[in-house]
Design a protein around this ligand. Structure first.
Ligand code: SF4
Length: 438
């Protein structure tokens, strides 16, 4: 038995993959350590989507170099988007690492573990350990879009969907293990299925999962606007377990910038899509991603992004400053000519505007009751998410973890809602099963 520590940064996909690696190591008889210092086996699950993330990976590899000198038997594995196709080059640069394997390449991990005697005969597995009420399920790997700024297709490869029956079976196991909510993951999750023989789509998968007893909620992210079709919108509107929350990256509000980004749609098409979604799902909660300071972005073009954010009124905006990624199309074609100072200024302007918009949207919840799936406790308060993905805090003396409760909201901020259990409501369990029609 060895103790392992998995260090993870980056997207939900990385988090899901780390959970699966932990599942594998647990099946092989190993146990989790609390930090690098306690571990005999370390896995770094990395991200290079921005320079700041890459810097953290490099810093951690530097730290581990020192640890490896002190303890040569420490085994270090590196996975995630830091691992490029030049593994020999990586080995030379980072001799402290014992093994590199690509994102989601569990077969390579298993072969290594068998070779090194880290595992016995275990080959299957891949389910996370300590199933939380909210489980992450990768359904499609890679991306075919090649947005000009993005490194993901170069590191995760082209789109590969997992078979629908395999996913249904996996979700059944997760529900058996205690999951109440699943989030289906993909870089472009709404393009799910087109590469499979029978070409099912995400709406088909949602319909299958919606009829599963014991499963309370279904989410999916991240979408590409071009793949968000009427059938999928209809599925979100009509399937009772599918939450009314869509992550729909826009990236910019100016058409020339969008073209240079190779996003494949215009600001007008994006707005039309949002209108179509809101017409069918009026209560939908929308999140988006925005990049500021793309090469050549003028002040006026940036203002178009602000206008779009104001016009649409997203619930949440994730904003990032453009970061040139070696090997990508924009890195090859364009000079990174918006200064760091201007990028930060624009980023702050988006954040300030969005705080006002989110604050206004969230204030409408005051006095209303929302359904919350409780995920844990922080600073003495239970927390969880509403169907619209709002973070909700409340106090209660009972153990609420994994329960669906109703919370009456009395305080709001741009980032979270606070409230109390709705006492007018029937008991939690009774309400849960009635409301889920399970
Ligand atoms: S859709 Fe674009 S931004 Fe998203 S992963 Fe694919 S290439 Fe990257």
């Amino acid at each position: 038995m060895q103790r392992y520590f998995i260090w993870t940064i980056g997207c939900q996909m990385n988090k899901a993959e780390s959970q699966r690696i932990a599942g594998y190591l647990e099946c092989a008889g190993h146990r989790a350590a609390r930090c690098f210092g306690e571990a005999e086996l370390v896995v770094l699950n990395t991200c290079v989507v921005r320079q700041s993330a890459e810097d953290k990976v490099l810093g951690t590899l530097g730290l581990l170099k020192g640890l490896k000198k002190e303890r040569p038997d420490l085994r270090i594995l590196v996975t995630g988007c830091f691992v490029n196709s030049d593994v020999d080059g990586l080995r030379k640069r980072f001799p402290q690492a014992d093994f590199f394997f690509g994102p989601g390449a569990y077969g390579q991990l298993i072969d290594w573990a068998l070779r090194e005697g880290v595992a016995g005969g275990e080959r299957g597995l891949n389910l996370p350990v300590n199933c939380s009420p909210c489980a992450l399920v990768p359904i499609i790997q890679g991306c075919d879009y090649f947005c000009s700024y993005c490194i993901v297709p170069y590191r995760r490869g082209r789109q590969v969907s997992r078979p629908l029956d395999e996913l249904v079976h996996e979700v059944q196991l997760l529900v058996k293990g205690g999951a109440k909510e699943v989030t289906l993951l993909g870089q472009t999750v709404d393009s799910y299925g087109h590469d499979l023989p029978e070409q099912p789509d995400l709406a088909d998968l949602l319909a299958r999962l919606n009829s599963m007893n014991g499963l309370a909620r279904i989410r999916f992210l991240t979408n590409h606007p071009k793949d968000m079709n009427p059938k999928l919108i209809e599925a979100v509107a009509s399937l009772d377990k599918v939450c009314e929350h869509l992550e729909l990256p826009v990236q910019a509000g100016n058409n020339d910038v969008l073209e240079a980004m190779r996003r494949g749609d215009s600001a007008e098409q994006y707005r039309e899509l949002v209108y179509a979604v809101r017409r069918r799902i009026p209560q939908v909660s929308l999140s988006t991603d925005v990049i500021v300071g793309f090469p050549g972005e003028t002040e006026e073009q940036f203002e178009h992004t602000l206008s779009l954010l104001e016009a649409i009124g997203f619930d949440v905006v994730h904003v990032a400053a453009y970061s040139p990624r070696p090997g990508t199309i924009s890195w090859r074609r364009y000079e990174d000519n918006v200064t760091r100072e201007v990028k930060i200024k624009r980023l702050n302007r988006v954040e300030r505007l969005q705080a006002v918009i989110s604050g206004g949207i969230n204030s409408q919840f005051r006095g209303k009751t929302v359904e919350v799936l409780v995920e844990g406790k922080k600073k003495g308060k239970w927390f969880g998410r509403s169907r619209g993905n709002k973070l909700v805090f409340f106090e209660d003396g009972n153990d609420c973890i994994g329960q669906l409760v109703r919370v009456r909201i009395h305080r709001t901020s741009p980032w979270a809602l606070q409230g109390n259990i709705d006492d007018d409501h029937p008991g939690k369990e009774e309400w849960k099963w009635n409301s889920l029609k399970a």
